[in-house]
Design a protein around this ligand. Sequence first.
Ligand code: ADP
Ligand code: MG
Ligand code: MG
Length: 254
Amino acid sequence: ETVLDVSDLCAAVGETPILKGVNLKVRKGEVHAIMGPNGSGKSTLSKVIVGHPAYEVTGGSALFEGEDLLELEPEERAQQGVFLAFQYPVEIPGVANNDFLRLAVNKRRQAQGLDEYDPIEFFGVLSEKMSQVSMSPDFLGRDVNSGFSGGEKKRNEILQLALLEPSLAILDETDSGLDIDALKTVAAGVNAYRGEGNGIVLITHYQRLLDYIKPDFVHVMSDGEIVRSGGPELALELESDGYAFLDAGARSDA
Ligand code: ADP
Ligand code: MG
Ligand code: MG
């Protein structure tokens, strides 16, 4: 079953085209890694998929579970099960993480036709998931992301993943700035969530994360397009040879 079907997707900021015809198909049960040089459009692709208002879709299509994703408001996309863990998670002063998470989970449960959790039920669910991602309970009372260390922010993203159970999860540079222990915890969280009910898109600059989360497919993005796709061996090749092939005229459409 196809969870995400992106076809010739083009997007711009103002007059500047950034995505120039992206094709990507993700089926349930699959993990796709997207690699590529800085500025190639990886984060833009993830933001366009979740409906970030800075980007205008100028062509192509994006289907989520067979339905037109581009017709949905960003909140609707989230409620229906599209999840993006941001590269730089936002801080939300004055809102305790506990409350923030309960609201998000209950909106998602509404969309799934499930009963909402009351605060006490939710505390039980949360405590269990938090121990799975090795988060300390004191973090629940703290404001969303304020004063979180890099590792805590990433663990928080994985906690959200475990709680929201999205059918499409996009993780943008979830590995950036993590020490090896935090990286392993994050990878374990992703691997625990990974399954037949969902598709995962992992955006990463480094092969290192892929030692812990084995992708089914690896794609290379360059100048707003996916220019090469392969299996996990492609990531190893990029690690040793870099992106020089992009300049050598080896682009698939050059
Ligand atoms: P990547 O994640 O692969 O490093 P990005 O998607 O962040 O690449 O950026 C792709 C290109 O689009 C870059 O040249 C970047 O400067 C530009 N870009 C992205 N978002 C914006 C924006 N909101 N306004 C202007 N330019 C942007
Ligand atoms: Mg990026
Ligand atoms: Mg092309």
